[in-house]
Design a protein around this ligand. Sequence first.
Ligand SMILES: Nc1ncnc2c1ncn2[C@@H]1O[C@H](COP(=O)(O)OP(=O)(O)OP(=O)(O)O)[C@@H](O)[C@H]1O
Ligand code: SF4
Ligand SMILES: [Mg+2]
Length: 353
Amino acid sequence: MTTLTTTEGAPVPTGSAPFLSVRDLHVRFSTEDGIVKAVDGLSFDLERGKTLGIVGESGSGKSVTNLAVLGLHNPKSTEITGDITLDGEELTRAREKSLEKLRGNKMAMIFQDALTALSPYYTVGRQIAEPFIKHTGASKREGRQRAIEMLTKVGIPQPNLRVDDYPHQFSGGMRQRAMIAMSLVCNPELLIADEPTTALDVTVQAQILDLLKDLQQEFGSAIILITHDLGVVANIADDLLVMYAGRAVERGSVKEILTQPRHPYTWGLLSSMPRLSSDVNESLHPIPGSPPSLLNPPSGCAFHPRCGFADTVGAARCTDERPLLELGRAAACHLSAEQKQTLFTEQIKPRLG
Ligand SMILES: Nc1ncnc2c1ncn2[C@@H]1O[C@H](COP(=O)(O)OP(=O)(O)OP(=O)(O)O)[C@@H](O)[C@H]1O
Ligand code: SF4
Ligand SMILES: [Mg+2]
């Protein structure tokens, strides 16, 4: 386990500082309709050489969290509080110039939407080479060679010809791969991969995941992998953070969470996911309702309007009191440890097969 914090940002009781440390992060957007509390008190750590998976339904704050790590929010409309420290350097209050030096080099992101990351006006090769030239001082020729090498690694056919294409000449899946090449070109020490393989078919998906593993093995990179696909998480991540309404609701090792999940929301996610081993006719159990508006999130436990276990907790505790995430392996829920264990064993596990 590498994540050892409370949601309230308590200090980590370990010797050396983690490579990436996020403490009590809040990200709020000013909009015409009011303040969107997209991230609401999130803390986690990540060590070099480890992969942290982040899962949660659409709108739970996964991308917003990671864009904050890279310093990519518009400061005019975004309020960010809390601490983000990368290899000892504080990022939330860092100047744009320092962040620019880190981005694309020490830390890089594979964006959810390839089109937002690629400019239509420059060739794919130029865009892949640019961070390499900027951060290593390589010549244009060396940059082009490096771009061809990266296109080869991500499985683009005829890379020495396609390097001169513009993004519109690539298919959607090829653009996604070109963007992955761009993110990996400087061997980043922190790689944030936001749904990196959703647009890709299964063979290419496996190839990209292998590439991420290679990067990690060779350079000891730390990876944050955001995904809806728990199969991908099981394959590649060490630890897992489950997010709901801008907060972490459960954390632990991937094995712990996939075999002994403790939070009713995680139970819902797992029960609604098709299983490879399952019978085609086996029914899934979608979580009732939909994620809340972050303009005015529910009081207490944000999951309470959708949770089938609030009555087990009793009184109005779930609606009134926000459950905290304890140290280490933990779930932010008012159910007692015994209740979680019994409910999981008797009601949830039989559904998961
Ligand atoms: N620039 C912005 N201005 C206002 N609200 C925003 C902005 N960016 C994101 N949000 C809101 O913040 C919330 C979290 O968004 P985020 O993109 O982090 O979700 P996500 O977990 O990545 O979802 P998905 O799985 O769909 O990618 C959403 O309610 C979203 O509408
Ligand atoms: S705190 Fe209450 S509402 Fe929230 S997940 Fe636990 S039982 Fe459900
Ligand atoms: Mg997202």
